[in-house]
Design a protein. Structure first.
Length: 290
C-alpha cells in the first residue's frame, strides 16, 4: 500500500489479503549485534480469517523473541472512536464547500457507488482525511475483510498467549494526528487522490497482495509507494519517510539491550528506497533478508 500507516485506518489503504497460496512466504529481515537480535516483518492489516501466511523461519523467529513491537496497541474501538470524533469530524466546515461543485458531485456519486452508510450526508461532516479513508475502507469491510484478522492482531494474540509483552512503536493518537495535522491543502489532495483512484482500487490491491505473499519487496514498493512519492511528495514524507526514520532510531537504540525482539509494521514501511532498512543503513545498522 500505500503506506501501512497503520494507522489502523491508513493501513487499510495499503494491503488487503483475499487469499493465500500454500507456500506464502512474506519477507523477514534480521538485525544483529553480539548479544541482540531484532526481526523485522511486514504486515497486512486487513485479511480474511482463513488466510495462511505462517512458515517455519517466521515461526522460529516468533518463538525466539521475548518481546513484540507493533505499530500501536491502544486501538480498542472505544479509544479509536473517541479519537475519530475529536480529530476527524468538522460539521462547521462541510466537506462539499471545500471541494467545489464538480468534486462534491463526484464524491456524492462515489459514496453511493461504494456503499458508504449515509452517503454524502455522512462524509460531509468529516475532515478530508477521514472522508478519504472512509472511501478506501468501506469496500474492503463490505467484502468481509476484518481488521481483527490482520497479521498484527494475530501476532499480538500469539505473543500475549505465550505471556510475552506486546508494545507499540506509536500511539493511536499519534497515528491519527499524522493525518489530522496535515496542512489543509495536503489533506484535500489526499481526498482527491483517493477519489481519482477509487475505480482502480481492486486491481491495485490484488497486485499488492500477490507481492506481499511472494515476499516481493520491489513489487510492494512499485505498486504501493511509488505513486505517492511521485504525486503526493509532502504526504509521502510525512506518512512514510519521517515515521521510518523515527522507527529506525528506536530500533538502533534497542541494540543497546541484549535479547531477541520481533517488530511487525505495515509492509510498505519495509519496501523502497526510504524503507526502515534504508534508514537503519544510514545509522550504520544492517538489516539482512532471511
Amino acid at each position: 500500500m500505500k503506506p501501512s500507516i497503520a494507522l489502523r485506518l491508513l493501513a487499510c489503504l495499503a494491503l488487503l489479503l483475499t487469499g493465500a497460496p500454500a507456500l506464502a512466504k512474506p519477507a523477514l529481515w534480521v538485525v544483529k549485534d553480539a548479544d541482540t537480535t531484532i526481526y523485522l516483518f511486514g504486515t497486512v492489516h486487513l485479511m480474511p480469517s482463513d488466510a495462511s501466511w505462517h512458515y517455519p523461519e517466521l515461526d522460529r523467529a516468533m518463538a525466539d523473541s521475548r518481546t513484540l513491537y507493533i505499530e500501536i496497541t491502544d486501538d480498542d474501538p472505544a479509544n479509536m472512536a473517541a479519537l475519530v470524533l475529536r480529530h476527524g469530524m468538522d460539521a462547521a466546515h462541510p466537506l462539499s464547500g471545500q471541494l467545489g461543485p464538480a468534486q462534491a458531485h463526484r464524491l456524492d456519486r462515489l459514496a453511493n457507488k461504494l456503499g458508504v452508510p449515509g452517503g454524502m450526508q455522512t462524509l460531509d461532516v468529516m475532515r478530508p482525511w477521514l472522508a478519504a479513508l472512509t472511501l478506501a475502507v468501506t469496500p474492503l469491510l463490505k467484502a468481509g475483510l476484518d481488521p481483527e484478522h490482520g497479521v498484527d492482531k494475530q501476532l499480538k494474540a500469539q505473543m500475549s498467549a505465550a505471556g510475552k509483552p506486546v508494545l507499540g512503536l506509536e500511539t493511536a493518537e499519534q497515528q491519527i494526528r499524522f493525518l489530522a495535522d496535515l496542512p489543509r491543502p495536503v489533506e484535500l489532495a489526499l481526498l482527491r487522490s483517493t477519489m481519482r483512484d477509487a475505480d482502480k482500487g481492486t486491481l491495485r490491491l490484488t497486485e499488492l497482495i500477490d507481492a506481499w505473499k511472494a515476499g516481493d519487496v520491489d513489487g510492494i514498493a512499485r505498486i504501493g509507494n511509488d505513486d505517492m512519492r511521485r504525486h503526493e511528495p509532502k504526504l509521502y514524507q510525512l506518512l512514510l519517510v519521517q515515521r521510518n526514520q523515527a522507527w529506525a532510531t528506536k530500533i538502533a537504540a534497542m541494540l543497546q539491550q541484549p535479547g531477541t525482539i520481533f517488530i511487525a509494521v505495515g509492509a510498505a514501511h519495509l519496501a523502497g528506497p526510504d524503507s526502515v532498512q534504508a534508514q537503519l543503513q544510514k545509522l550504520g545498522v544492517e538489516a539482512v533478508r532471511q
